[in-house]
Design a binder for this molecule. Sequence first.
Ligand SMILES: Cc1cc(C)[n+](CCc2c[nH]cn2)c(C)c1
Ligand SMILES: [Zn+2]
Length: 218
Amino acid sequence: MKKLTFAYESQSDLRILNTGHGWKVEAPQSGSRLEGGPLGEDIYQLEQFHCHWGETSAEGSEHTVDGRAYAGELHLVHWNTTKYQSFAEAAQHPDGLAVLGVFFDVGNESNDEIEKIVSTLSEIKFKGQFTDIPDVIDPTTFLPSGLGYWTYLGSLTTPPCNECVIWIVYKEPITVTEEQLVQFRCLSACSGEAEEFIVKNYRPPQPLGNRALRECNA
Ligand SMILES: Cc1cc(C)[n+](CCc2c[nH]cn2)c(C)c1
Ligand SMILES: [Zn+2]
């Protein structure tokens, strides 16, 4: 495969919202480009990023590696702007979306970029709430230093589970702290007074079936 290349803008005042299933940062970046690797000749543009976690750090990622789960997984969601006119249209096609997955390992160092997200969570405790992230966010800083990855054709992991995702999962995890994950788990799935914490929001892996898994050791 050709080398995967990416170029992102740094943006401030990005909107973060509590979807009821977790937090999501809306980051439509017309100036961003993800291309090469398994993406053929098409250019993909960043639309949003979010993450998945578990009720303990023994689980939380949506992918597993030789059966091993990580404490969480960040998804940077991009869509094919070469072929399609909108994100929604792209989600109807097998080459419509490209999602970069980055595993979370728990360590002692707080992840500064993730901390910019964590610091807003008290303002979006309930489903439907949103706020702007005052800090400048550069999506490049979420990526590990080692850029080797696995890739395969897959789907969205929540219904309607459209089979429209070219998955690109980095082999090297990034480090977050247990405290940062604890803050994720304090978000509420409800919009009202009732508190139902989003303690886990990852979906179980599905059989590979006859799909080919490819890798690139950047
Ligand atoms: C068009 C679209 C619809 C949905 C439910 N999602 C969320 C499903 C999801 C989250 N992480 C993996 N799949 C995305 C990312 C895009
Ligand atoms: Zn996701």
